[in-house]
Design a protein around this ligand. Structure first.
Ligand code: ADP
Ligand code: MG
Length: 348
């Protein structure tokens, strides 16, 4: 077992810089979720670690061992792709045994490893079945099993849940986390789905345009985003970002006294972030707004408000509100996050 260290890695395809000076340490046994929008370089990063692409610059270490010059099969790295391809004409048993066969493993050891993995994944009674006879979740488990059967030191999962329906996807998140903890294998799990990242990760690394913009626990990224991009990317419904200005010592449009040194010294215009759940609609609140729409989500209502000229989304309401209704709302001023208007970088 070993942790993974990426040191200043970069990669371009022709003139397109896909990964720009990425440094990242993943602890031994840690589950790191690499999160980011489509096209930001997530798959490229995994492919570099697996050895399917060559680095332009930088170094990759697995434990103390430098691996970026090794051929893929010498790296002790296993990868599961979004479009995991099982061999349709082979039984589950043969599919699981295939990587061992390729590696020249003996019959007895192969049989032992396959049984172990099948037991771990609840596939013992499916060993004789063909992939076509399995459910989507079982097929996904076979794909995971095929990756772990060679006991890799590092596990790379490239959006392995994207092709599953919503219900199965939610269950498989927990299964992967459980499996990863049981095996204790250092893992990078790639997704573009922030909810998946929040629920699965020990730590999240958020990638944007080939750069790592923030790395931290799910709670850190949610509560302490270092930029508007991070604040917007994490959380659903999304954070309210309100263009604001400081005038006569008051933060507008909220009319709050500015006491923060950083804000006083900042330029007059800034962006203010406010999570929808921090806004409480209740009688006697500090502000008044007009309801624009109200969406029922089962356990709560999400209410769109018009506060002066500012649109705000409030979540967590236990009751519905009618459009055009005037309501009052409040929030704690410590819930506000401040960002530079131009750069989007967090202030303070
Ligand atoms: P993600 O997995 O985050 O969606 P990718 O790593 O697949 O992103 O791709 C990042 C960028 O690199 C995209 O613009 C993609 O088109 C480009 N790209 C990926 N692989 C290649 C390649 N082999 N040749 C040229 N461009 C590529
Ligand atoms: Mg990808």
């Amino acid at each position: 077992m070993a942790g993974l260290t990426l040191k200043r890695i970069s990669k371009s395809f022709q003139s397109l810089k896909v990964l720009d000076d990425i440094s990242l340490e993943i602890g031994d046994g840690e589950l790191l979720v690499l999160l980011g929008p489509s096209g930001c370089g997530k798959s490229t990063l995994l492919r570099l670690v697996a050895g399917l692409e060559a680095l332009d610059a930088g170094e990759i270490f697995l434990g103390d061992r430098r691996i970026d010059h090794l051929e893929p099969k010498k790296r002790q790295v296993a990868m599961v792709f979004q479009n995991y391809a099982l061999y349709p004409h082979m039984s589950v048993e043969k599919n699981l045994a295939f990587p061992l066969k390729v590696a020249g493993t003996g019959k007895e050891e192969t049989s032992k490893s396959v049984t172990q993995v099948a037991e771990l994944l609840g596939l013992l009674d499916k060993l004789k079945d063909k992939p076509g006879q399995l459910s989507g979740g079982q097929r996904q488990r076979v794909a995971l099993g095929r990756a772990i059967v060679r006991k890799p030191a590092l596990f790379l999962l490239d959006e392995p849940l994207s092709n599953l329906d919503a219900d199965l996807r939610t269950r498989m998140r927990q299964e992967i986390v459980k499996l990863q903890k049981e095996l204790g294998i250092t893992t990078i799990h790639v997704t573009h789905d922030q909810a998946e990242a929040l629920t699965m990760a020990d730590r999240i690394a958020l990638l944007h345009d080939g750069r790592l913009v923030q790395t931290g626990s799910p709670e850190e990224l949610y509560n302490n985003p270092n930029s508007v991009f991070v604040a917007r990317f994490i959380g659903s419904p999304g954070i309210n970002i309100v263009p604001s200005r400081v005038n006569d010592g008051l933060l507008l449009p909220f009319g709050l006294p500015v006491t923060d040194f950083y804000l006083e010294s900042e330029q007059a215009v800034l962006l203010v972030g406010l999570r929808p759940e921090a806004i409480e609609i209740a009688p006697g609140g500090d502000y008044s707004a007009i309801v624009q729409s109200c969406e029922y989500l089962g356990e709560q209502y999400v209410v769109k408000l018009l506060f002066g000229e500012t649109e705000l989304v409030a979540s967590g309401s236990k009751q519905p509100y009618a459009p055009e209704q005037t309501v009052s709302f409040s929030f704690e001023s410590k819930a506000l996050l401040f960002f530079n208007y131009e750069s989007g970088i967090r202030i303070g």
